[in-house]
Every structure is written in structure tokens, then in C-alpha cells.
Design a protein around this ligand. Sequence first.
Ligand code: ATP
Length: 249
Amino acid sequence: MQAKPFLKEIQIKREMVPSFDAYPFHIPSIRGLSSLKFHPDVTFIIGENGSGKSTLIEAIALHMGFSTEGGSKNAQFQTHNNSSRLFNYLTSIKSFKKPNDYFFLRAESYYNLATYMENAYESEKDRDTFERQYGVRSLHECSHGESFMATLTNRLTGNGLYIFDEPEAALSPNRQMAALSLINTLVNENSQFIIATHSPILLAYPGATIYQLDDSGIKQVRYEETEHYMVTKHFLNNYTEMTRILFGD
Ligand SMILES: Nc1ncnc2c1ncn2[C@@H]1O[C@H](COP(=O)(O)OP(=O)(O)OP(=O)(O)O)[C@@H](O)[C@H]1O
């Protein structure tokens, strides 16, 4: 019997929702959602800005016991409270087996997480522990991308459930490819990923489930059908013409 996916499915307790006309239930992708099944290895959530990716992924993370701004499950902190109530209306189907490792990596609030970690590991001894876990002495003394990669490379130990919200935000194209390779290593070490992304590089992960959020709801799409793949490919192959069109020349 397979341990993965650790998180098999989420379901929305639709009968409990007070109104589908108010945030977050009025978002078209959430309004029609009853359940979502996850791939044992990698599930992507994609969609236009404002389509509800962060709202959905945050609710999944909160339901799993993470804090809004990310980190491991031990990182229970909050610098502000603007999470949606969606997580209160989720139930889930989980594996008979729990993962050994958990991490919620969120580009938007990564700075706050780094600050929380600096404060939580204050003494010299704690900082040694931190350095062993993250591979660097201070996340704030790295660039945004470097500290993101340090977390990916060193902190995630495998056999884990990892939820990422736009991890590419800090990463160069080369680092996105390095992240893709790390994700594959961790999948081979029995990990499951749920990732909201705009990255055509990350989305290339072979065999992943890709859910696209839009005004008509949520549907599963193939990599080559995604706007990320098609638009990027078209732009790069025709960038001179595209810039002329975009500039109205
Ligand atoms: N706290 C909030 N209160 C009210 N509306 C909100 C709140 N947070 C987000 N929204 C709205 O919900 C919608 C979905 O936002 P969300 O952040 O989930 O989008 P997204 O797909 O992650 O976008 P992006 O790609 O820009 O990060 C947007 O229209 C946004 O304006």
C-alpha cells in the first residue's frame, strides 16, 4: 500500500458556507469547488493573477496546521492577519501514514519567516542548530534567492509534505531549474508537493497534475495547454515582433 499522497484530497463543506457572494467564496474558482485530488508527487495550481491560487493554497496549508506566513509546523507566528476563512470550511482525506517533514514556503511572506527564524534561534548554540538545518547562519544575510535555495536545499529532508506558493518569485531561470531538480530529488525521497506557480520551468515537472483556475472554475490541463507554456514559447520565438505589437508600433 502506497503512503503517498500524504494529502489525497480536500473537500469544501459547501453546506456550511454562509454566502457564495463574499470573499473568498465568491472567487469563481472557489465558488464551484467541491473537492480537489492531489497527485502523489507534484500537483500544480496555476491561473491568472487574482484567480485564487494563494487563497486556495493558503487554506490547504492552514488546514494542514501551518501558519499563514509559512515555515515548518513549529513556526507558529503571525505578523498580520488577513488569511481568508476558507480553511475553516475544508475537510480532507489523508494517507494512513504521516510525512516526517512538513514545510510551507511562501514567497510573499518569506522575509517575515526569515525574521521569525532569526529571533527563534537566538543563542550561539541555537544558531549552530539553525546552520546545520539551513546551511547558512542567517537567512537575512543571503539574497532573497540564495536564502530560498538554502531552505530548499538544506532544510527539506524528504519524506515530506511541501506546500509552495510562487517559489519562483525569488529565483533566476537557472535557479528555477535547480529547484526543479531538487523537487525531483525530494519526490524520489518519498515527498509530495503542492505548488502554486507562474513558472513555465517548474511546470515542466514530468507527469505532474496541473489544475488551472479561471472564471469557469478549476480544470485539469496538460503542460503544453497552459498559457505559461504557450505564451512564453511564443514570446521567446517571436520577441522582436511581440515587442513591436506590445508597444503599438
Ligand atoms: N484579504 C482579502 N480580502 C478580500 N479579497 C481578497 C483578499 N485577499 C485576496 N483577495 C481577492 O481574492 C482574489 C484572489 O486572490 P489571490 O491572492 O488568491 O490570487 P492569486 O491567484 O494568488 O494571484 P497572484 O497570482 O497575483 O498571486 C483577488 O481578486 C483578490 O483581490
